[in-house]
Design a protein. Sequence first.
Length: 505
Amino acid sequence: MRALLVITALGAAQGVSAQPSATGAAQVATAQAIARVRQLDPHLGSVLALDPTAMAQARRVDASALKGPLAGQPVLIKDNIEAAGPLPTTAGSLALVNNVTNRDAPLVARLRAAGAVILGKTNLSEWANIRSNHSISGWSAVGGQTRNPWALDRDPCGSSSGSGAAVAAGLVRFAIGTETDGSVTCPAAINGIVGLKPTVGLVSRTHIVPISHSQDTAGPMTESVREAAELLTAIAGSDPADSATREADRHKRDYAASLDANSLKGKRIGVMRFASGFGTDTAFETALAVLRERGATLLEIKRFDDKAIGKNENKVLLTELKADLAKYLKGSPAPIAVRSLADVIAFDQAHERQEMALFGQATFENAQKTKGLNDPAYKKARQVSFQAAGPNGIDRLLKQYKLAALVGPTMPPAWKIDAVNGDQSSGGGAGSLAAVAGYPHLTVPMGLVKGLPVGLSFIGPKWSEALLLSLGYAYEQARGPFPAPKFYRSIEESPEVAPALRPQR
């Protein structure tokens, strides 16, 4: 079977030893991660660039007195997040290939302070998937197409595609993604890892290429819930340059210390039937049985009217994109040629062969037509969508049913990469509720659908990260070990599917 060629490479990479010069624990871990990236990532396209200072960072950690769960751990960060050093922050666009700012985003500075090694930058859906409604998740002009390690012809979802695929493939255990609506939780679920979109304002957005100040946040993408808690503990906190984070220090805590394998006992959990289906029913029922076995009381929520969210969110995102992106581009100290959304649109038109061979930029063009942050229509859209998702959405459901949290399937299993039609997803769960409200959303792997992973979403009120992580941890412990991807060229070659494709008589 052709897939065996890739699986053999996977086994070889997992056995690669550290470079001879790697003597301390951080240097050994970093050298091994570099070896895995070089061996495996040509099949995935998840890593845009390794940081050439990574081994020097590791040596500094080994020479320091830093302790803790992240000390010496290699971490990959999405390439819309700035990190000091020689690598540009491109958001996947050729327009930003010279965007070497020589500054750390505050969340990166916090990672370094915790002893993490910034291993490199991950590929993403270009401009965080906001350029076109016909985009292919995981594709950028800078990095090409990221592939799903469960089946290389399947989409990794986006926009934190590279971060999700890299963790799932075992290149690293820790990565950072960003989300406006689904961009952490979708690639986490579809690649079979843990992903947390925090409360907007818990993690600084300074020096991150933006879409929307109302909805943007960075978040952990990891192998396990405990590691997500450890990563969140490191990156959470107030930042004077980001007014949304003014309450973060008051709410942040040691999230790993709050984990409790018995936390589901006695909890009332709302089952979001209105956001279920799309091929996940069997896996979802199995997950619900686990929640019951661990002592949770489940209450069915069959209906929720989300029309006000869908009708208004787009107006908010397009208006804020134009304003927020211009602010970021104007503030970059790098010698970039674009300083506004209009400049980016013109750049793409001038580089149409490289940038728009697969899909256009209609969403950018619509955003350029918006009238600014003082537009009454924009302000009304934000108020209506937030109220519908937050106070009249998540908050109302929790209060009405006396619930601790909501659960539902995160996304369908991965669809095929389709260069002709773009993304062809069959469903979307309830992630937009948390995204528009700015509330936290955790996804944990819950099972396989014909060999492809799907995730279980835990959604709660503002600042409820500790609760959601503990509930997710309890579920993860009860669920048991989750399988690793095997890099099949297509899922049709896998033992779960291939026999069923043959004649049955």
